[in-house]
Design a protein around this ligand. Structure first.
Ligand SMILES: CC(C)(COP(=O)(O)OP(=O)(O)OC[C@H]1O[C@@H](n2cnc3c(N)ncnc32)[C@H](O)[C@@H]1OP(=O)(O)O)[C@@H](O)C(=O)NCCC(=O)NCCS
Length: 162
């Protein structure tokens, strides 16, 4: 399968991103946002208004995963979701690697963090794989990546035109 990642634009690609999120199962939406969302469109619109960096993973011409990075100074919060039928095939792990590499190696990130629910085994495994420190954060985990614990050996770089 032919996988690639492109940056998506919060304004230009807004409709595409909203329809991607609307195609997800309630379970995936719940895991992504760590709560039940009734109005997905409204929720995604407010995220897009924060102008995150958006990574769109494509298989051939199908958008199959979306990751976002919300930056303040040199710290970025990241989150991602893989389309239901593509989960468990290594795509989340691959996309997190690309996002971390882009943020640390090209955008000068000092710290990248993510939140996930306590039952999100796959996301915890991915986080540990890349050297993230997994911390209890009340009823969720907070994972912190910094340049000291980061493990990105062998991860490909996103090209400028990706
Ligand atoms: C969490 C998510 C991004 C992971 O992406 P994915 O493509 O499904 O996961 P991967 O196939 O890359 O697997 C990641 C790890 O989990 C393991 N795994 C896969 N399926 C599993 C399963 N059913 N149970 C336990 N572990 C599993 C993989 O083996 C891999 O571990 P490894 O590196 O030790 O081999 C994806 O499932 C998703 O979008 N979930 C809903 C939204 C969400 O939870 N987002 C994260 C919030 S930040």
């Amino acid at each position: 399968m032919m996988l690639n990642v492109r940056y998506l634009d919060p304004l230009r690609d807004g409709e595409l991103i909203i329809s991607f999120y609307k195609s997800l199962s309630r379970q995936s939406i719940r895991s992504r946002f760590m709560c039940v969302i009734n109005d997905v469109e409204d929720c995604v619109k407010s995220l897009l208004s924060l102008r995150p960096i958006i990574y769109g993973a494509y298989q051939d011409n199908e958008l199959i995963a979306v990751g976002e990075a919300y930056g303040i100074n040199n710290a970025y919060e990241v989150a991602l979701v893989v389309k239901d039928e593509y989960q468990g095939k290594g795509i989340g792990k691959w996309l997190v690697g690309l996002m971390l590499s882009d943020l640390f190696n090209r955008r000068g990130a000092v710290r990248v963090y993510a939140y996930m629910s306590l039952d999100n085994i796959k996301m915890v495994k991915i986080s540990k794989h890349y050297g993230g420190k997994v911390l209890f954060n009340g009823d969720s985990y907070k994972v912190i990546f910094d340049s000291v614990n980061l493990r990105l050996k062998g991860i490909q770089q996103l090209s400028n035109t990706a």
